[in-house]
Design a protein around this ligand. Structure first.
Ligand code: TA6
Length: 299
């Protein structure tokens, strides 16, 4: 922590420890934000202007664990190089990079007063034991009026890489019951709770927890109508062909030790990525970028 503080003496950027995790706090003219190097997870984004001033866009569970044994429950965990359950027993769900400590490579203030950060992770003995491919990952985060994130996968192998991935974003909402999520129309909805065959999504989604659905072949803007906070959250993603919407509801949440039983109405996950059949093929020596921007406007 001291080494980072000495290396990155950038205005409005401070470092601290929460239990075993290193926290990076950002405070600039546009917003405050928090990241942890554990999983390169953005944990908070609070705009300073507009309808969302002072109100976090992201949700973090009050019973999250910060001992490094598992990802923090909330914020924007990175699922990579697979999304969801692993195909082999004994491998972690949602890949392994959300549970690795990333290296902070760069922090700077832009001429406009935004704060940009870059975190990196490369394959090592432990990751090669879980997934036998070398890789380099770069996460760029820009904290400004909007929160922008870009995850770059560099395939350093002499073979192609197939992967699935997602920014598994937990949004804070006033009430997730009957919450409209717009923009999923035209995609194919695959219900992971019923395993029913995919059906075309013809209407704006009305979230009735529990929900755990993949929206395949969806690459457009998605908006969350957070009526109780009088705000619309915009999720804009590039090179993302899938979205996932998740809320455990009152029963499934009881199986999560790191979420209070009554937490489900205050959150919803809307995840941008490439999952299931929307898997990405990264050719040898090539890069792939998954990019997402979160912004907020008045309803
Ligand atoms: O994205 C939805 C989902 O895959 C759900 O099935 C649910 O289990 C959730 O993610 C949380 O997964 P985690 O591995 O973080 O407990």
């Amino acid at each position: 922590m001291e080494a980072y503080a000495a290396e990155f003496a950038v205005e409005g950027v401070t470092f601290s420890m929460q239990d075993h995790l290193m926290m990076i706090d950002i405070d600039n003219a546009f917003a405050s934000a928090q990241l942890t190097t554990h999983g390169a997870c953005v944990l908070s984004f609070v705009p300073k202007q507009g309808v969302s001033a002072g109100c976090d866009v992201l949700w973090v569970s009050p019973s999250s664990v910060y001992d490094g044994s598992k990802p923090v429950r909330g914020g924007i965990p990175i699922c990579w190089p697979w999304f969801g359950k692993a195909t082999e027993d004994g491998l972690p769900a949602h890949g392994f990079v959300r549970n690795k400590v990333w290296h902070l490579h760069h922090v700077a203030q832009t001429p406009e007063g935004e704060t940009e950060l870059e975190l990196r992770l490369a394959s090592d003995e432990q990751t090669l034991a879980l997934w036998p491919h070398a890789f380099q990952l770069v996460l760029k985060v820009v904290v400004g009026q909007h929160l922008s994130m870009s995850l770059t996968t560099l395939n350093v192998n002499d073979h192609d890489l197939e992967l699935t991935e997602a920014f598994h974003t937990y949004f804070q909402v006033a009430d997730s019951r009957a919450l409209p999520v717009n923009g999923l129309e035209g995609s194919t909805c695959l219900d992971k709770l019923t395993f029913a065959p995919g059906v075309p999504q013809t209407e704006p989604l009305v979230v009735h927890p529990p929900i755990d659905s993949v929206f395949a072949s969806q690459s457009g803007l998605v908006t969350i109508e957070d009526k109780g906070n009088a705000r619309r959250i915009l999720v804009s993603a590039q090179d993302s062909r899938s979205k996932v919407v998740w809320n455990p509801g009152p029963e499934i949440i009881k199986g999560f030790a790191d979420m209070p039983n009554d937490a489900w109405p205050g959150m919803v996950c809307v995840e941008a990525g490439n999952v299931l059949d929307d898997a990405v093929m990264v050719p040898s020596e090539q890069v792939h970028h998954l990019t997402m921007t979160l912004s907020v406007e008045s309803l």
